[in-house]
Design a protein. Structure first.
Length: 163
């Protein structure tokens, strides 16, 4: 079944079960780059309906960014929690910080997070604006926080529960 905009498939997912293999697919990359990948998914998140094509692309793009900018020895942490009527998904990168005066520019075209990886040439500077567009298409919110040598992307998606 297609959603009303025809962007992809809207299906009901068990979020913790669905998310884990997507995150785990980055384990080899993070191991090769000597980064630690942590996953903390709440089992309290109920099944909900979403466009899995957009949601998977959002997560993949942000994890690619995280792998590119986390220095060796640092960590990438993905957490998912139930927060009122939303699923809150956070991707946090240690060892790098966005200067406070640049935070408002993160979702502007061609903004690039400082990189520590040798595969940074893949970054066009358009990934984050694409992520923001897809989050909004899913009726979600996204913002970025950066302090104490850490960057955290925080997304909130409304629960569209199935009854």
């Amino acid at each position: 079944m297609f959603d009303h905009k025809g962007n992809g498939r809207t299906i009901t997912i068990d979020f913790p079960t669905w998310l884990s293999p997507i995150i785990e697919s980055f384990r080899d990359v993070t191991n090769c780059q000597q980064q630690q990948l942590h996953l903390d998914i709440s089992t309290e998140i109920p099944p909900f309906s979403t466009d899995i094509t957009d949601l998977e692309k959002i997560i993949t793009l942000l994890l690619n960014q995280a792998c590119q900018c986390a220095p060796a020895g640092e960590s990438i942490t993905v957490t998912a929690d139930l927060n009122a009527a939303t699923v809150e998904l956070k991707i946090s990168i240690s060892g790098v910080e966005i200067p406070h005066h640049e935070l408002s520019q993160v979702f502007q075209p061609f903004y690039r997070i400082p990189k520590h990886s040798s595969w940074q040439a893949q970054n066009t500077g358009l990934e984050l604006i694409l992520v923001e567009t897809m989050v909004q298409r899913l009726h979600g919110l996204i913002h970025v926080a950066s302090a104490n040598n850490r960057i955290t992307f925080i997304m909130q998606f409304p629960l569209r529960l199935v009854f």
